[in-house]
Design a protein around this ligand. Sequence first.
Ligand SMILES: Cc1cc2nc3c(=O)[nH]c(=O)nc-3n(C[C@H](O)[C@H](O)[C@H](O)COP(=O)(O)OP(=O)(O)OC[C@H]3O[C@@H](n4cnc5c(N)ncnc54)[C@H](O)[C@@H]3O)c2cc1C
Ligand code: SF4
Length: 330
Amino acid sequence: MKAFENLSPATFDEAVELLGTARANGEIAYPAGGGSDLLGMVKDELVPAPDKIVDLKRIPRLDRIHFSEASTEIDGLVTVDAIASDEGVRSRYPVLAEAAAAVGTAQIRNTGTLTGNICQRPWCWYFRQGFSCLKRGGDRCYSVTGENQQHAIFGGGPSFIVHPSDTANALVALEAQFYLQGPNGHRTVPAAEFFVLPSDSLERENVLDADELLIGISLPSANADRPGAYRKVMDREAWTHAVVSVALTLDMDGALCRDARIVLGGVAPIPWRVPAAEDVLRGRQITAELAQQAADAALEGAQPLAKNGYKVTMARALVRRSVLELSGAA
Ligand SMILES: Cc1cc2nc3c(=O)[nH]c(=O)nc-3n(C[C@H](O)[C@H](O)[C@H](O)COP(=O)(O)OP(=O)(O)OC[C@H]3O[C@@H](n4cnc5c(N)ncnc54)[C@H](O)[C@@H]3O)c2cc1C
Ligand code: SF4
């Protein structure tokens, strides 16, 4: 592995500047949070070898969670473990705490940042094995006729990756806002608009421009204190990405569902919100029959590949069971 220089910015401003300067000099530079995904990709030569890594974790005092009446503000370097274990997040935003607790291993949760988790690259088997597929500038997607057991049943084409981040699904369900900082200043993007489909871009999985960083996350208080749950099915007991998952929040008045947010994970290149299923629940008393109708609506329009039709059945059952359990109607 080629040696690279590790840069320690003092602020996100400086990090953006360091990335821009390196690239203007023709060097390859990447930002790193915990480095748990990036350094593996560098080591396995899955990305061009860097000249510089801008180590965001060296930026001081940006690892806190701030609660206020209007919102909860999450600094850009808060770890996944801090999200999973923080009492305030657990009580106010249980869907996010559960999603964070479902990420990988304790070591990854301790090392990885929430922002890095959201920006992690795809885990498609072909991509991670170094195949020269569409995502790597090649001319074909190997999953279309190959081993597509883990691939997308919604939103696929021309690449059929699934978004790997557990926390991203919860953040879309909570209608979080993402703070971005780049050479041209700051912008705020709703979580639901942060992720991009392969039909919009093959090179990237989100709207971040070159040298732009995800520097923080805001959770609206309007969506706090609602029952929420993150349910995940894996192909082994632990330490791995979702085969399918569901991030669910319900706003209940007794047995009546005032409102619902349902986001599927492991099924699409982006967190896949299913408004049709939310519509089924809204304003109705939750029963086993209604939960089944919502589950059917959630999976309507799925387009499985040759070997991943099982995801439709699995996700449908997961939505049904999660709605029943969380509403107390089980
Ligand atoms: C064995 C294993 C199991 C795993 N299981 C799961 C799982 O079950 N669920 C799950 O969600 N994830 C899982 N992961 C992925 C893991 O959670 C991520 O590697 C980790 O969260 C990434 O965080 P990080 O801070 O280390 O990111 P890094 O590795 O530092 O960065 C990840 C990517 O994002 C970019 N980046 C980092 N920070 C920023 C930023 N602030 N702004 C813009 N770009 C940035 C980097 O350049 C890099 O491309 C697993 C990983 C492994 C190795
Ligand atoms: S799904 Fe995407 S990453 Fe996987 S082989 Fe196809 S183009 Fe490559």
